[in-house]
Design a protein around this ligand. Sequence first.
Ligand code: FAD
Length: 299
Amino acid sequence: MNTAVSVSRWRHPRFGYLEAMSVEEACALLGEHREKAYLVAGGTDLMVAMRNGKIAPPEHVISIKKISNLSYIRDEGGELKIGALATLDDICHSDMVKEKFPLIAESARQIGSRQIRNVGTIGGNLCNAAPSADMAPSLIGLGARAVIRSTEGSREVTLEEFFRGPGQTSLGRGEMLVEIAVPEQAPYTGGAYIKLPARTAIDLALVGVACVITLDAEKSKASEVRIVLGAVAPVPMRACKAEDALRSALINDEAIDASAEIASQEALPISDVRGSAEYRRAMVKVLARNAIKQAVARA
Ligand SMILES: Cc1cc2nc3c(=O)[nH]c(=O)nc-3n(C[C@H](O)[C@H](O)[C@H](O)COP(=O)(O)OP(=O)(O)OC[C@H]3O[C@@H](n4cnc5c(N)ncnc54)[C@H](O)[C@@H]3O)c2cc1C
């Protein structure tokens, strides 16, 4: 594809700035410039990282913000489809998301300030691949998939497989994220996401825990449960042993406490300026207990 005709190009003092008007153009530009270019959507992660010197300015920044058909939020036969450019604010305020996938709206609401949510996108939140990314635990809990495009075509991976390490995803060269697909949830399913610190406009999660649980018709046992921990491992991680413990027990306070304790043992936290590993581990237990209880109450 000849991208020279339609792509707008200009020179920033520190990098070349290219504007893609379609997914095809963005993929072609990514293929052309390879590791010398970064995509930018809202820029709330990328521009801050460049300004703080966390990453060196690339030769080119490819803006995808003007791609017009990538900010949709729609129901497709029960599945929720969210375009990568949907802003966090779009997600918080979508009636469909609030009604059918309230956990997703709840998670988006807990991100940054109104100004950040107005500009920041779901695609940017996931592709930045911060272990503390607030959209990741809930979406993994709901079994979401990432839809990825390149000039070669399209592929999908589960969101669980999408994260590879801090700042690293399974996106290959020339690939971009175009959509998040969330399957319809079974009856008697409830979810909760709890983050520490709770909602201050500039704080990233020190710990975040999502729980999605499906109860049987008697509401005494869990037929399915996912407990996902954020900011306590290199990637958002499932606490699989804690899930197993809850799945095999009658749902009561004792079983929930035991599962939360196991989740805290499974976490792989580090100590840094924001908190010690011990504190984070202790908080996983508290947040997991509360998230499971809320999810059960909502199921
Ligand atoms: C003050 C402040 C507070 C914040 N608070 C929170 C918070 O509480 N919780 C939280 O999780 N985050 C927080 N953030 C981080 C940030 O706002 C979010 O992660 C936001 O969703 C990023 O979206 P963006 O569109 O701005 O990403 P961008 O900065 O545009 O992009 C981020 C990264 O993703 C890549 N990328 C973007 N879109 C795509 C795509 N479609 N395909 C492939 N790669 C892509 C870019 O190349 C870049 O590497 C905060 C940031 C600031 C500045």
